[in-house]
Design a protein around this ligand. Structure first.
Ligand code: NAD
Length: 260
């Protein structure tokens, strides 16, 4: 049980991050939600977590492009709950384009949101975790932290980067009761995947059905999407005592994709 622990989950207004926030709340953790979206929707999500799981949840509007806002998100957790024990760096965006046409500002945004934001959150949260001698840092990487796909240069670069950051920080904090791991899902059916279908149709000249079956599920030997709740289950496990000797690992949940 995670009662008396507090968790910050970036990008938790949607998709995988929201499922992880709900999974940790179910175990009794207090929650700092973060992410973009409609204010009323987010408030509904926040209040829903409190009433469904009997924990406290606050919302941080921190933009993952801004170092000072990321630091303030961690401080909000520490002020509200007395600690940030669990940090899940999950916020992420995707953009699909041939490298020579890749918009420079999209490259910069993807590196900032998918990689650099984790660095800022980690450096803000680690001193408190060290002081208390306990911490769990979980980064949402991707199968694209291990292998590449064409037209995703920024995303693949950022995800390989976060796998390296995970290993490095794991070594630095290993004697402080803090574990650092990343989870590498294959294709999970979320708004992020749905949104890239039109661009992939354009980049490869395919229909929607062809993109789903011949590009996305083609990668996954099981021919099924991963679910957000399955990813959340692994995140919850990583916070348990059973996982206290797992650190620096890159854990695949990809229907066999990276075994090929
Ligand atoms: P999603 O679009 O449903 O959620 C992304 C979250 O990040 C949202 O809450 C969004 O508001 C937030 N976000 C985006 N830009 C932000 C910013 N500037 N500041 C703060 N928050 C911001 O997508 P998802 O599929 O749940 O993705 C979550 C993570 O999982 C990402 O890191 C993604 O790369 C990774 N991932 C997803 C898949 C997949 O197939 N869906 C596979 C592997 C890895």
């Amino acid at each position: 049980t995670l009662t008396s622990k507090a968790a910050v989950i970036t990008g938790s207004t949607s998709g995988i991050g929201l499922a992880i926030a709900r999974g940790l709340a179910k175990e009794g953790a207090n929650i700092v939600l973060n992410g973009l979206g409609d204010e009323a929707e987010i408030e509904k999500t926040r209040a829903g977590i409190e009433s469904e799981f009997g924990v406290k949840a606050v919302y941080s509007p921190a933009n993952m492009l801004k170092a000072d806002e990321i630091e303030e998100m961690v401080r909000l957790g520490e002020r509200t709950f007395g600690s940030v024990d669990i940090l899940v760096n999950n916020a992420g965006i995707q953009f699909v384009s041939p490298v020579e046409d890749f918009p420079v500002e999209k490259w910069d945004q993807i590196i900032a949101i998918n990689l650099t934001s984790a660095f800022h959150a980690i450096r803000a949260a680690v001193p408190g975790m060290k002081a208390r001698g306990w911490g769990r840092i979980i980064n949402t990487a991707s199968a694209h932290s291990l292998v590449a796909s064409p037209f995703k240069s920024a995303y693949v670069a950022a995800k390989h980067g976060i796998a390296g950051l995970t290993k490095t920080v794991a070594l630095e904090v290993a004697t402080h009761g803090i574990t650092v791991n990343c989870i590498s899902p294959g294709y999970v059916w979320t708004p992020l995947v749905e949104r890239q279908i039109p661009d992939t149709m354009k980049a490869r000249g395919l229909t929607k059905e062809q993109v789903i079956n011949d590009v996305l599920l083609e990668a996954q030997p099981t021919k099924q999407f991963v679910t957000v709740d399955q990813v959340a289950g692994l995140a919850v496990f990583l916070c348990s005592d059973a996982a206290s000797q797992m650190s620096g690992a890159n854990l695949s949940m990809d229907g066999g994709w990276t075994a090929k």
